[in-house]
Design a protein around this ligand. Sequence first.
Ligand code: CUA
Length: 314
Amino acid sequence: MRFPLFPDQASTLAPKVDELYFGLTLLSAIMMAIIFLPMLYFLYKYRRGNKVDRSPLRIPLWKIEVTWTVIPLLIVFGFYTWAADIFFDQERPPAEAMDITVIGKQWMWKIQHPEGNREINELHVPTGRAVRLIMTSQDVIHSFFLPAFRVKQDVLPGRYVTEWFQPTKVGTYHLFCAEYCGTSHSGMVGHVIVMEPADYEEWLRVGKPAETMAQSGERLFRELGCSGCHMGNSQIRAPRLEGLFGKPVPLADGQIVMADEKYIRDSILLPQSQIAAGYAPVMPTFAGHISEEELLQLLLYIKSLGLKQPEETR
Ligand code: CUA
């Protein structure tokens, strides 16, 4: 039976995290040796009855103090810089990353690809491409943990969190929920299947649904009546959404916010919280009327509009 001591290194991040981990382990081992080996030696040397020099120390105390303060300080700063570098890397997905959406609920992971393909407790991804997960929870706090990729992120209700990785090795890897979330928490597990890019394209093609996520979002946008105000020649003046995503938005109270996932989500569910400058606070809330899944589809649609230019400026 194969009993691995360590999970596979299957992402670009994995070797970096492991190097830091082994670096810290090595440092701890060295520190332990520096403390315990002399201790054992002194225990033996200064045992009772042994005739040795027991007169007070002749090195000035301050020299000892400075040495054992400055050297560990430098080492700790070194590790801080090393770890912070990895942390920033992990917190900043590359711009060209592909977005895959994840909804956690008691007790499963619901995943949808931008092409529209859905899966439950399984995530298919290609090698060599950065994948960014946009995640939320329908109920309690879950945690999306991929040990082979060295990424773990709490998934919270009422907001979007992201996690990114770039798989490097074809294979099937564990997916765990790493936050106790109720009776069947231990069953909230699955697999990530890393495929060659061509195989992934084929997988997407075989399971191709009728609509991409952005197309589902566009349909909802009309069904829910959003298009009545946000598009065409409507009577009510509402902000145009073309070219919006990823741009700064001036608010009525003078603040400027970035039109990111959170902003779009809040604008749909809590429209009164951030009013775009120059517009009346007339948008109704859609909280309770639309599911997390529909919200994500709307989000991807609005994101796709972000690449377009407004047809007319008012
Ligand atoms: Cu979901 Cu534990």
